[in-house]
Design a protein around this ligand. Structure first.
Ligand SMILES: C[C@@](CO)(OP(=O)(O)O)[C@H](O)COP(=O)(O)OP(=O)(O)OC[C@H]1O[C@@H](n2ccc(N)nc2=O)[C@H](O)[C@@H]1O
Ligand SMILES: Nc1ncnc2c1ncn2[C@@H]1O[C@H](COP(=O)(O)OP(=O)(O)O)[C@@H](O)[C@H]1O
Length: 290
């Protein structure tokens, strides 16, 4: 997959921003600032937004493609670029073109991944020389999910998802359904009936099959298209919610079985099949440009 993200003769280069799945998500408490303490397992999938960067000598950060509903100054790619420039004192700028493939508000972390890819790519293209820890520190204020995309390894996550321990997981095939609605992470975390006091679990519990997502019952109740997608997946071994949704997924050992289910899935659920990855396509791409 990384072969398609090569440097281009014009001096521009195209980089992948992969999606993630939360294979489980427990809410084990709440911090004084209102953020929720989580336990989650992140794995990447080989479905990506594509970001094209061109270095500018004049210091401007220019967004070249619209992201529907997102003003340039709110775009996480632009915010990430400005943050990196401010932190390093770099005087260069960039044209950034984001080709969205990942549904927004889907729980696939597309916006967070776009931000992480921008940090990693511009750190390289601007030669600003920050190490992985420094980039992860810059990443967190952009969103709780951004650090895992910067680090690029499937992980057990705690805190708001910033305390990350790499994990080696099976890399199955997933059938992912993207029901026709957008779920606001903020609204789910504000919901009065959200479970906020789950007993902490361990990685061993997850491996033994404890794959609860504490957002599920609230999201299922509030978003009928998500409930319909979960009901459809119940015929395929059961569905899980990623993050706060709206996307749901089922797990398959064999690609052929995932494709069979894909064929039968109603198109309005915008299904696709993707491979689970413990190492992000972003890291694979970095190997090709070093
Ligand atoms: C739930 C998760 C699980 O991976 O994923 P998504 O479903 O969004 O993809 C993440 O923790 C989401 O991370 P991210 O999407 O970066 O969230 P942020 O922009 O930081 O937060 C959006 C809002 O959600 C609430 N929020 C977020 C994370 C958290 N641990 N507790 C919270 O209460 C806060 O109100 C915050 O203002
Ligand atoms: N480049 C971007 N791509 C997607 N969303 C962005 C971007 N920049 C800012 N956002 C905002 O981030 C929100 C969350 O996006 P996303 O990461 O795709 O969903 P989720 O957090 O549910 O996985 C979007 O609804 C949008 O308002």
């Amino acid at each position: 997959m990384s072969g398609s993200f090569t440097a281009e003769p014009s001096g521009a280069s195209t980089w992948p921003a992969p999606a993630k799945l939360n294979l489980m998500l427990r809410i084990v408490g709440r911090r004084p600032d209102g953020y929720h303490e989580l336990q989650t397992v992140f794995q990447f999938i080989d479905r990506c937004d594509r970001l094209r960067f061109e270095v500018r000598e004049d210091g401007l950060i220019n967004r070249l493609a619209e992201v529907p509903g997102v003003a340039p100054e709110d775009d996480l790619t632009v915010r990430a670029a400005l943050r990196l420039r401010e932190a390093t004192g770099c005087r260069l700028g960039a044209n950034i073109r984001c080709e969205k493939q990942l549904p927004m508000g889907g729980g696939l972390g597309g916006g967070s991944s776009d931000a992480a890819t921008t940090l990693v790519a511009l750190n390289r293209l601007w030669a600003t020389g920050l190490d992985e820890d420094a980039l992860a520190d810059l990443a967190l204020p952009l969103g709780a999910d951004v650090p895992v995309f910067v680090r690029g390894f499937a992980a057990w996550g705690e805190g708001v998802g910033e305390r990350l321990v790499p994990v080696a997981l099976p890399e199955p095939w997933y059938l992912v359904l993207s029901p026709p609605c957008s779920v606001s992470t903020r609204d789910v975390f504000m919901h009065p009936e959200l479970t906020r006091d789950s007993a902490p679990a361990t990685l061993a519990d997850f491996v033994a099959g404890d794959v609860v997502n504490d957002c599920l019952s609230v999201v299922r109740r509030e978003y009928a298209p998500v409930a319909a997608a979960l009901d459809w997946l119940s015929g395929w071994g059961g569905g899980r919610l990623t993050g706060t949704g709206a996307c749901v997924f089922a797990v398959f050992e064999d690609r052929a079985d995932a494709l069979r289910a894909l064929e039968q899935c109603p198109p309005e659920m915008r299904p696709f099949v993707a491979r689970g990855l413990n190492r992000s396509p972003l890291l694979a791409h970095m190997d090709t440009v070093s």
